[in-house]
Design a binder for this molecule. Sequence first.
Ligand SMILES: [Zn+2]
Length: 279
Amino acid sequence: MSWFRKEKRGPKVQPKKVIPDNIWIKCEACGETLYKKEVEANLNVCTRCSFHYGLTPDQYAALLLDSGSFLEHDSVMSSVDTLSFVDRKKYSERLDQMVKKTGRNEAVVAASGKIDKIDVQLSVMDFSFIGGSMGSVVGEKIARSIRRSLDGHQPLIIISRSGGARMMEGIFSLMQMAKTSAYLGRMREENIPYFSIMTHPTTGGVTASFSMLGDINIAEPGALIGFAGPRVIKQTIRQDLPDGFQRAEFLLEHGMLDMVVPRRQMRYTLIRLLHFMLD
Ligand SMILES: [Zn+2]
C-alpha cells in the first residue's frame, strides 16, 4: 500500500474567460487603446489626446439643457423616396434600415428646452442616420425649429454633425440650404440670437448653409469643418495643404469661427453667452 494515491485526472481545463466585445477602443486621433467606459464617462472625449468623439442627440441635449426641460418636436416626420433613387441599394430600403438602427425617423432631433431657466430651441444632428445628411425632412425640421424661435422670441442652438446634403434626394436636399438660410435671415431681422455649434465632422451643404450662419459660431476642439473635404481640395489644386487645415483651431485662427469650446465647458459657455446677449 502506498502512502499517496495518485488520482487520475485529465489535463487541467481552465474555464474560458469571456471577454465581451467593445471593452477597448482605439483612438482614431492618437492611436491609444482606451477603456471604452472611461471615454464614455469623459463625455466621449479621448482621455489621452482630448479628441471629441460624437454624442447622440439625446446625450447632447442632456448635457446642455436643464434637466427635465427637454420636449421633442416633429419626431414623426420621415423622408420619402421622391426620386426612386438607387445607389448600392434603394434609398427607401436605406431609410427603413436607418429607422430600425437608430430608433429615429430622421437625422436631426428638434426640441424645446431651457438653459439656466432661459427658454431655447435646440436642434441636434444625428450622424449615425445616413451620415447626418440633410434631406427634405432635416431641412424642414431645422426650418420649423427656427420658426418656433421666431414665434416665441427664443434663442436658437443648432448642433451640427453632418456629411452635407443628402445625395439621394438630389435638388430637394439642396433646396434646404436656401430654405434654412432664408429663415435664419428673419432671425437676424428680429434680433434673436442663434448659436451654431459645429462638431466633428461638419461638412458640405450643412456648412454652406445654417452651420456657418450663427451669430456666434462655436466649434468643438479638433472638429473637421469645411465644404469639400481636404482630399478633394488637395487633388483639385494639386498643392499640399497646411497642417491642421479645416480643423476648428485653424478656422478660429483664420477668422471663420468665434470660439473653440471643449464639450465639458459648452453648457457654461452658452449660459454666459445667453445672458450676455439677452440681458
Ligand atoms: Zn486620443
